[in-house]
Design a protein around this ligand. Structure first.
Ligand SMILES: O=C(O)CCC(=O)C(=O)O
Ligand SMILES: [Fe+2]
Length: 264
């Protein structure tokens, strides 16, 4: 068995239905090598300078990580706000909210010798679950080819939507094998983890999560991204960062065009 892999032209309904069934799916070759190279080059000095700061038992000690991606890589905005990703986010999240936001953006470089990450659910950051409601979903971009050997993300298929996380082990997982420029979509309630890197080169990916607009964002984008940098992005990216209210009453601010507080 393997995860369902679609080409870039996949029909949105088909993709959404695969995600509903398996909790995860890969879409191949969505972006150009030039864009990937730009993102990698922009992140490189930051990986080298501060990637080790995120090392701990969960993230591993042979893995470099970066947060506050939109402050470090302008090109990454094209992955974060990619129309194909937002189409999927719309299908999964919009039934449960009026607008959604980035939860977190994390670049992850798993180095040779790293063990498999503990299997987990990204949405366990939230203390409750609501049956039938996905709180978030994730898009893991392969910045390098992802292989069985080099630590491709491991996913437990059809593990989504459960109240408690059952005991799974690595034998229950499938590797999201995909070429650079492809993306793995998975639901926030799907059990998964970074793979062990048994190869001889690092594996780099960028995971962007998107969460319901009435939830707190995992990464505090107002503090993580300097205001002038946030303001320099186009409006759809600023909105994803959180510079918008949810509907008319949550997170309102004076210049919000949709706000109903300040209009009286
Ligand atoms: O690096 C990966 O493939 C997955 C990492 C992950 O799932 C996480 O840190 O939450
Ligand atoms: Fe995760």
């Amino acid at each position: 068995m393997s995860l369902q892999v679609f080409d870039a032209g996949v029909d949105a309904v088909e993709l959404h239905s695969a995600l509903r069934d398996q909790g995860a799916a890969v879409v191949e070759h969505l972006v150009s090598m030039e864009l990937l190279e730009a993102v990698k080059q922009e992140l490189r000095p930051h990986f080298d300078a501060e990637g080790h700061r995120f090392q701990n038992d969960f993230n591993g000690y042979s893995t470099l990580r970066l947060g506050r991606i939109l402050a470090l890589s302008r090109s990454a905005a094209e992955l974060i706000a990619h129309p194909r990703v937002l189409e999927v986010a719309d299908a999964i999240l919009r039934p449960h909210c009026e607008s959604y936001r980035i939860g977190s953006c994390t670049a992850i470089e798993i180095h040779p010798g790293e063990a498999a990450q503990a299997l987990h659910r990204d949405d366990d950051i939230y203390p409750i679950r609501i049956p039938g409601v996905e709180f978030q979903f994730s898009a893991m971009w392969a910045l390098d080819d992802f292989t069985e050997e080099n630590g491709a993300t491991r996913v437990v298929p059809a593990s989504q939507g459960q109240d408690e996380q059952p005991e799974y082990d690595q034998g229950d997982t499938l590797a999201a094998v995909m070429s650079a420029g492809s993306v793995l979509f998975y639901l926030g309630s799907v059990v998964h983890g970074g793979g062990a890197n048994r190869g001889d080169r690092p594996r780099t990916g960028l995971i962007n999560t998107y969460s319901l607009g009435w939830l707190r964002q995992e990464e505090n984008h107002y503090l993580a991204i300097p205001r002038e940098v946030a303001d320099s992005y186009p409006e759809p990216v600023r909105r994803l960062m959180g510079y918008q209210a949810h509907g008319s009453y949550l997170g309102v601010y004076p210049d919000d065009p949709d706000d109903l507080w300040y209009d009286a």
